[in-house]
Write a protein that binds this ligand. Structure first.
Ligand code: FDA
Length: 369
């Protein structure tokens, strides 16, 4: 009999498994995919760690979480500084003094602020009724038309004029020459890739991959005192209250016979003439010096049954459905529902780690730590 059967080997399942194993608990991990790691899994191509389920950049301001992950694997000094290509010109993101200089030639923060307020005045006094008006009221027409409009329309498959204003409540704007995308204190990528982190967490733990819990649910349930379920919550309850929506993506990966394709890990392609929204060049996450390079084009995609679950859609309709599942989940005393899919929550990596550690501690009681 296992103390814990862990369904899913993403960060949540792997952290929980590690902590339980460390305390001498009997643990088994089962995983539907052919590999462990969930969405942080990297596939090696041409000696490059390719982020197979989307670019993953670790960032946190939580010192304890940063020290925790660094105790398993060293992190490099990668700082996310995406670029945007629009109408043949390249711009820095997030919007900062470099972007304003590239767009208008402004030099000082005062000049940039004056330009933005002059442009956003176009809508002054009027409550924005759609995304276009909202963006112009926040940042002015030039930035909206150069760096927001076509990208957003590709992402949503609809005109900005037909999208609700609330989608962009705030826009990150910085009046310094700082291209660092995140505001967090700590940031980086595991040296040698995320698989190193997952493998270190799961060391010494019994694992079976290519196993779907639902294929033999009763047999698995009978094997363990407690189940840690990290799969989709609607699936757990046989979609009783309906299927939850997800936003999906399509990735197209290509090996390029050159050592450098775009000079940066992340480039957003704003113009609608490109069907994709971003190109990720994976070697830059780890300062790779390989002879070839691997790029991934990211295409927006409507979610269809059978697709990977990427982003939960936490709108009113879906949250109502989720709440019904959540109420049912509370009645399952020997099952813990954790992680992005089981909690239907957009967790970043540091948040999912914190949540798994917290739940584990509350399971065993603070005295056992
Ligand atoms: P995750 O989905 O990783 O793991 C769940 C596992 O359960 C999967 O391996 C699945 O196969 C398995 N499973 C499901 N059903 C099962 C069943 N029936 N039987 C057996 N196994 C089953 N975060 C961040 O901090 N920085 C970033 O840059 C990014 N970037 C990013 C890009 C994209 C495209 C996405 C979708 C997400 C990010 N994230 C991110 C978020 C990050 O991916 C996320 O926080 C963690 O991977 C969540 O880990 P979980 O363990 O909760 O889920």
């Amino acid at each position: 009999m296992y103390d814990y059967l862990i369904v899913g080997s993403g960060l949540y399942g792997s952290i929980f498994a590690h902590e339980a194993h460390k305390l001498g608990k009997k643990v088994k991990v089962i995983e539907k995919r052919e590999h462990v790691g969930g969405n942080v899994y990297c596939e090696q191509i041409e000696g490059i760690n390719v982020h197979k389920y989307g670019a993953h950049i670790f960032h946190t301001s939580d010192k304890a979480i940063w020290e925790y992950v660094n105790s398993f694997v060293e992190f490099n000094r990668y700082t996310n500084s995406p670029m945007a290509l629009s109408k043949g010109k390249i711009y820095n993101l997030p919007f900062n003094m470099n972007t304003f200089n590239q767009l208008w030639g402004t030099i000082t923060p005062q000049e940039a602020k004056a330009k933005i307020s002059q442009q956003s005045a176009e809508l002054s006094g009027k409550e924005p009724t759609n995304l276009e008006e909202q963006a112009i009221s926040l940042i002015g027409r030039d930035i909206y038309e150069t760096l927001i409009k076509e990208y957003t329309e590709k992402q949503w498959g609809r005109k900005c004029k037909d999208l609700p204003a609330f989608i962009i409540r705030r826009l990150p704007v910085r009046f310094s020459y700082d291209n660092n995308y995140f505001n967090d204190t700590y940031q980086g990528i595991p040296v040698g890739g995320y698989n190193k982190l997952i493998n270190a967490l799961l060391e010494g733990i019994e694992i079976e991959t290519s196993v779907d819990y639902f294929d033999e649910r009763e047999a698995w349930d009978a094997l363990a005192e407690k189940i840690i379920y990290t799969g989709p919550i609607d699936r757990f309850f046989d979609y009783k209250f309906g299927a939850l929506d997800y936003r999906s993506l399509r990735f197209e990966t290509e090996v390029i016979d050159s050592d450098n394709y775009q000079g940066n890990a992340v480039v957003n392609y704003i113009d609608k003439k490109y069907d994709f929204t971003r190109i990720i060049e994976h070697k830059f996450f780890e300062f790779g010096t390989q002879a070839k390079t691997v790029i991934t084009r990211e295409y927006p995609k409507e979610y269809a049954k059978g697709d990977e679950y990427y982003y939960p859609v936490n709108d009113d309709k879906n949250m109502k459905i989720y709440k019904q599942y959540y109420e049912l989940s509370k009645l399952k005393e020997n099952i813990i529902f954790g992680g992005r899919l089981a909690e239907y929550k957009y967790y970043d990596m540091h948040q999912v780690i914190k949540s798994a550690l917290h739940t584990f501690k509350s399971q065993v009681g603070a005295g056992d730590e």
